[in-house]
Design a binder for this molecule. Structure first.
Ligand SMILES: [Zn+2]
Length: 107
């Protein structure tokens, strides 16, 4: 499988083809050779608290900002689930300035 990125304004064209086992295609290095680049990506972040009682107890019993900070640093990753999701990917043509924003990648 391959993806072709083609600038309709100036005709620059890049084919993203798999280079490795597992069919990985290198986006940046292929685009930059033809003067295109990923201008920006937009990640959405979903945060779901999943609090353990001992964490909540420790926090409520904390007597100083320093102690609270320490409790958060030690426990936050076990108590908060985060999930990143790609929402937008913009590719720019350096030659003429045209661009495309890919969006709606799914759930
Ligand atoms: Zn162009």
């Amino acid at each position: 499988m391959k993806i072709t990125v083609e600038c309709e304004r100036c005709g620059t064209k890049v084919e993203l083809t798999p280079q490795t086992v597992g069919q990985h295609a290198y986006v940046h290095r292929e685009l930059i050779e033809k003067d295109m680049y990923v201008f920006e990506t937009n990640m959405g972040l979903e945060i779901s608290p999943n609090l353990y009682m001992d964490f909540v107890d420790k926090l409520t019993q904390s007597t100083s900002d320093e102690e609270t900070k320490e409790i958060l640093e030690d426990n936050i990753e076990y108590n908060i689930d985060t999930e990143g999701k790609l929402e937008e990917l913009r590719i720019d043509c350096r030659g003429c300035g045209d661009y495309i924003v890919l969006t709606e990648f799914g759930n």
